[in-house]
Design a protein around this ligand. Structure first.
Ligand SMILES: Cc1cc2nc3c(=O)[nH]c(=O)nc-3n(C[C@H](O)[C@H](O)[C@H](O)COP(=O)(O)O)c2cc1C
Length: 393
């Protein structure tokens, strides 16, 4: 809830995508932000300010002379200025320091406030060199820009310029308010469940959804890290995954081992949130085994302990954070794993409590000095935030 009680000034400029700012407004309110709204004259042709007034909000029109000094009071009010959608016209004006509308005037009076632009326009307008140059110059002056989506637009053209998904914008806003404690760090995260195949269609696996690992990856991005996610059989549509996360798709224990061996040496922090199979089939058929041909006493072999192997390769400055699922003697087993695998941290999920696959989690964190911290049931996103804050760098 990074946006709770934050004052957001939502500035809407004249794009065909103006109606999408209503969804954005509602999401901001859901997250507990206070919102004031400014609608440019062109935007007022696409969307009626009455929509926001009927939600009980005060809407400021573009005529600065109607409400004298509104630009000063609004810039003082705002913890963050969000221009969404941001037109070609307004972006270029801002870059040149023009202040002839209420929105551009507010920005001129808000040097010290974070400002987020959400460009939305025809792909030819977006790729226009004047706009790109001005966006670069605004980024240099600490403006944040949410990249537009790629796809079919209202004008019938296809390309980059679509108003981004609300979740991408919310992600950027939350990031703005976070201290970049992991800036310059490479974080490697594993998530999901391995599949050990018997033949091309049959496998053994477990119920891990990968949600905890995705929450950790999103949070690490917000903290400024460079993040790679080894995704094991994850349904990527089940949860928001930030597009700056590099995804390496794997299926089996063997794939995971290969990926870890090639990625581990380059990472500073490894978060092993995946549920890795302890066994695989001794023999694997490359063709589907016909019904009746299967030997019902299939033989399993034990997989190597990857965390232990990686701990042996670990350089002093690297941090390894393990996750374990236990149903009994939870803390005792956690301590044992921490020391056997020489981990820096271990988070133990008590999976007897219906956690696997859900949106919430609870458990215990043990660090290498043996200190234990209890985490009560909460969303996996919130837990990810708290766990990453525990890592001492
Ligand atoms: C039908 C129509 C759709 C438009 N859609 C966009 C758009 O999506 N993005 C954009 O940058 N400008 C768009 N424009 C142009 C802007 O509305 C125009 O440049 C206006 O001056 C912007 O003023 P403002 O930046 O103060 O809101 C559109 C214009 C019209 C007539």
């Amino acid at each position: 809830m990074t946006l709770k009680d934050k004052n957001i000034l939502l500035c809407i400029t004249g794009s065909i995508a103006c109606y999408k700012s209503v969804d954005l407004y509602r999401e901001l309110k859901r997250e507990g932000a206070n919102v004031k709204i400014t609608v440019s004259s062109s935007a007022a042709k696409f969307i009626s300010p009455y929509i926001f007034e009927s939600f009980g909000e005060e809407v400021f029109s573009d005529d600065a002379f109607k409400s004298p000094l509104a630009h000063v009071s609004l810039s003082k009010y705002a913890d963050l200025i969000l221009i969404a959608p941001a037109t070609y016209n307004t972006i270029n004006k801002l870059a040149c320091g023009i202040a002839d509308t209420l929105i551009t005037l507010v920005v001129s009076a808000s040097q010290d406030k974070p400002k987020v632009l959400v460009p939305a326009m025809n792909p030819n307008m977006f790729s226009n060199k004047i706009l790109q140059k001005n966006l670069d110059s605004l980024i240099e002056q600490n403006f944040y820009v949410v990249s537009p989506g790629i796809g079919g637009l209202a004008c019938g053209d296809f390309g980059e310029g679509k108003f981004p998904d609300t979740s991408d914008i919310m992600f950027e806003l939350e990031s703005v308010f976070k201290e970049k404690t992991l800036k310059g760090r490479r974080v490697l995260i594993t998530a999901g469940a391995t599949r050990e195949y018997l033949d091309p269609v049959r496998f053994i696996s477990n119920a891990s959804s990968g949600k905890m690992g995705i929450s950790l990856a999103n949070e690490a991005i917000k903290l400024g890290a460079e993040v790679s996610l080894i995704a094991l059989n994850i349904d990527t549509s089940c949860q928001y995954i930030n597009k700056n996360i590099r995804i390496i798709k794997c299926k089996s224990f063997a794939d995971l081992k290969d990926a870890l061996l090639s990625e581990f040496k380059r990472c500073g922090i490894l978060l092993m949130a995946a549920a890795v199979s302890d066994y695989s089939f001794k023999e694997k058929s490359s063709n589907k085994i016909k019904k009746g041909d299967l030997n019902l006493n299939v033989e399993l072999v034990q997989n190597e302990d990857l965390l232990k192997a990686l701990s042996e390769m670990k350089k002093e400055e690297q941090i390894i954070f393990g996750f374990a699922a236990e149903t009994d003697s939870v803390i005792e087993n956690g301590r044992k794993k921490l020391s056997e695998k020489s981990l820096d941290y271990i988070f133990i999920n008590d999976v007897s409590k219906d956690i696997i696959g859900g949106d919430e989690n609870e458990g215990f964190l043990i660090n290498k000095t043996g200190e234990i911290k209890t985490f009560k049931r909460e969303s996996k996103n919130k837990l990810a935030e708290e766990l990453l804050a525990e890592i001492s760098l």
